[in-house]
Design a protein around this ligand. Structure first.
Ligand code: 13P
Ligand code: SF4
Length: 376
C-alpha cells in the first residue's frame, strides 16, 4: 500500500496473503498477545516501541517507553533503534521522523490514526492568515507557535518564520520564548491550550483574539489584530471540549473534597474551576504524589483515566472521569493489537509497513521548530 499525503509518504511493500492486514483483523484481540511478544523479541534492540498514554491497555503494555507527547518526542530523538514503532497518532509519528537520525524508520501501525484537532489547521489556511498579517504590517512582530498536534508542514512554517513547536507540558516556556522575540503570538491550532496558557501568564482575555480560518480576514478587524497579544487559531480537541463546568459542579457535590485535574486542551471555563491542569504525564504524577485515600476527577481521555483508577485503587485512591459518560479518542483507539502484530511481524520478516516519511523540504524547517522546543 502506498499513500501520498500532502507532506508525508507512507509506503508499505506488497505483503504475502498470510501477512495481509485483513487476516489479522479477523482474529480476537487476546490471540495477538503471544504474537506481538514473539515478534518484539525477534526484533530485539533494532526496534523501539513508543506508546502514548491514551493507547489501549492491550497495546500500551508492549511499549518500551510510555509518555506524553513531549516525553515521547525526546525518546524518539534519543533512540538508537533502526525502527521506531509509534503507538500513537499521525502527528507524533511525523515528529519522530523529523527528529530521527538518517537510516532510522518510523512506523505507525494504522495510518488512519490521525488527530481531529491537527486537521483543523491546513497549511494553506495558515499561509493566508500570515499574508493578512503581512499585509497589515504585523507579521514582523508576530511569532508563530504550533502545538505539536499539527501537520509537519505547519511545524515547518513555524520554523521558517522564527517560531517553534510546543506541547502541553512546555506551552508556557514556548510563549515566554516567543514574547522575548515579538509582541504577538500566533498560536496554532488549539485555541484552548493557547488561551489557558496565556491567561496563566497574566495576559487578559481581551488581549487575545480568535482567528477563524473559515471567515473573511479570520473574522477580525485590522484594529483587533493589531492590538491583540495572542492570536488563537480556532481549533480544538473534540474529546477534551466535551468536559463542562457542570461536570465539575456535579462531582464536587457527589464527592466532597474531590480534586479536579484536567488537560489544558479543556475549555477555559473548565480549567478555571479545576484544581490543577497538566499534560498526561503531569496528571499521572499528580495522582501518584497525592496521599493515599485521595479522590480525583480527571478530565482527559478515558483509557488513561481507567488505567489510573486501576493502578491507584490499591492505595485507596478513587479516580473517576470528569464526564461520567467517558471521553474516547477514537483515533488513538485505531491502533489495535491486530495492527501492532501486523506491523511487528512484517518488520521481523524484513518488510517495513506503514512507514511515515516527511518530505525533506518540510523536514528541514520542521526540525528547526522542534529543536527550538527541545532546547527551551
Ligand atoms: P499530552 O502531550 O499531554 O500527552 O497530550 C497529547 C494529546 O493529544 C492530548 O489530547
Ligand atoms: Fe487529537 Fe484530541 Fe485525540 Fe489528543 S485526544 S490525539 S488532541 S483528537
Amino acid at each position: 500500500m502506498t499513500l501520498i499525503l500532502d507532506e508525508v509518504t507512507a509506503a508499505s511493500p506488497e505483503t504475502s496473503p498470510a501477512c495481509s492486514l485483513e487476516n489479522y483483523l479477523a482474529l480476537p484481540d487476546r490471540s495477538m498477545d503471544e504474537r506481538i511478544a514473539a515478534a518484539r523479541q525477534r526484533l530485539g534492540s533494532t526496534a523501539v516501541l513508543l506508546g502514548h498514554h491514551y493507547q489501549r491497555d492491550e497495546v500500551v503494555r508492549f511499549a518500551d517507553f510510555t509518555g506524553d507527547s513531549y516525553k515521547l518526542c525526546r525518546a524518539a530523538a534519543s533512540s538508537g533503534a533502526d525502527f521506531i514503532v509509534f503507538c500513537g497518532v499521525h502527528f507524533m509519528a511525523e515528529s519522530a521522523d523529523v527528529l530521527a537520525r538518517p537510516g532510522q524508520q518510523v512506523i505507525l501501525p494504522d495510518l488512519n490514526a490521525g488527530c481531529s484537532m491537527a486537521d483543523m489547521a491546513e497549511i494553506s489556511q495558515v499561509e493566508s492568515c500570515w499574508e493578512t498579517l503581512e499585509h497589515l504590517g504585523l507579521a514582523g512582530e508576530t511569532i508563530p507557535i504550533t502545538y505539536i498536534n499539527s501537520a509537519a508542514s505547519i511545524k515547518a512554517f513555524c520554523g521558517e518564520h522564527g517560531g517553534l513547536v510546543c506541547t502541553s507540558s512546555n506551552a508556557r516556556a514556548a510563549l515566554e520564548w516567543a514574547f522575548a522575540r515579538g509582541r504577538r503570538v500566533l498560536f496554532l491550532p488549539d485555541q484552548h491550550l493557547g488561551r489557558n496558557t496565556g491567561y496563566a501568564m497574566q495576559i487578559p482575555l481581551n488581549e487575545m483574539a480568535v482567528w477563524d480560518p473559515w471567515a473573511l480576514a479570520g473574522g477580525q478587524s485590522a484594529e483587533r489584530l493589531a492590538s491583540c497579544r495572542i492570536l488563537l487559531w480556532k481549533g480544538h480537541c473534540s474529546v477534551h471540549q466535551r468536559f463542562l463546568p457542570s461536570h465539575v459542579d456535579q462531582l464536587r457535590a457527589q464527592y466532597p473534597g474531590i480534586q479536579v485535574i484536567v488537560h489544558p486542551e479543556c475549555r477555559y471555563e473548565v480549567c478555571q474551576v479545576s484544581d490543577a491542569l497538566g499534560s498526561t504525564e503531569r496528571i499521572i504524577s499528580l495522582v501518584a504524589e497525592a496521599p493515599a485515600g485521595s479522590t480525583f476527577a480527571i478530565g482527559t481521555e478515558i483509557h488513561l483515566v481507567n488505567r489510573l483508577a486501576r493502578r491507584f485503587a490499591p492505595e485507596g485512591k478513587k479516580i473517576v472521569s470528569l464526564d461520567p459518560t467517558g471521553c474516547l479518542c477514537t483515533t488513538m483507539f485505531r491502533i489495535s493489537p491486530q495492527h501492532l502484530a501486523w506491523a511487528l511481524e512484517n518488520l521481523a520478516e524484513g518488510r517495513v509497513v506503514n512507514r511515515i516519511q516527511v518530505r525533506p523540504n518540510i523536514k528541514q524547517w520542521a526540525r528547526v521548530a522542534l529543536d527550538r522546543m527541545l532546547e527551551i
